[in-house]
Design a protein around this ligand. Structure first.
Ligand code: MG
Ligand code: ZN
Length: 218
């Protein structure tokens, strides 16, 4: 059971997080950096979709990534293999990124030379939605292999998202999931936009890139 003092501590943590997040956002804005917070469960395809974005946008924009994971080296190495800067943010025991991690990540970057920053959050559909990082856009990636009731079980993260990507639609029938239901559920939760995709097979990737380009150009 939660004690009153636990609730108070949580409120204080979120308040401090909000302050640091708005400092981060001010820095991003001063330097003209558009920031995407990419959230989603483990194995939903966050890394794959960011890799596609890097490949298709890196000639137009200077791109950097902050790769958040309990052990961040593995995804971070995947990103640097695409010829961009990636900052690994290992959270240790934490199951989400918070604004303080990003504040330290910023110290490793020359923001004035960057146009676009992708932040890959820790794989998890629960607490990442509570923590503003200073991003401009929140994106949730959800895969059909998580089951087509996964969206309704985690309404808050979809409510707060600017975009949902329903990924791995090519395997829907093998896993017995309706990707259409997942898309409808996401809209019902309040997410204004859904893209159906298969990152591995290439479906929806043009729309994903167009969404990012439109968001960057504002
Ligand atoms: Mg990943
Ligand atoms: Zn967490």
């Amino acid at each position: 059971m939660h004690k009153v003092s636990d609730v108070k501590v949580e409120q204080d943590i979120l308040k401090i997080n909000k302050r640091i997040a708005s400092d981060n956002r001010a820095l991003f804005d001063e330097n003209g950096v558009t920031v995407f917070n990419v959230m989603g469960a483990i194995g939903s395809g966050k890394t794959c979709l960011i890799e596609k974005a890097i490949d298709m946008l890196k000639d137009e924009y200077s791109i950097a990534v902050m790769a958040g994971d309990v052990v961040a080296k593995y995804d971070s190495d995947r990103f640097t293999a695409h010829g961009i800067i990636s900052i690994p943010i290992s959270t240790g025991k934490e199951c989400h990124l918070d604004a303080h991690f990003i504040e330290h990540g910023i110290e490793e970057l020359d923001l004035s030379s960057i146009d676009v920053l992708f932040i890959e959050n820790v794989g998890n559909l629960i607490c990442p939605s509570d923590f503003d990082l200073g991003e401009h856009f929140k994106i949730v990636i959800v895969s059909v292999s998580e089951g087509d009731d996964i969206v309704m079980k985690h309404p808050v993260i979809f409510k707060n998202a600017d975009l949902t990507v329903v990924n791995k639609i090519d395997i829907s029938e093998y896993v017995g999931a309706s990707s259409e239901k997942m898309a409808e559920d996401s809209m019902r939760c309040g997410c204004p936009r859904v893209i159906m995709a298969s990152c591995k097979k290439g479906a929806g990737i043009d729309e994903w890139i167009q969404y990012l380009r439109d968001s960057i150009e504002g």
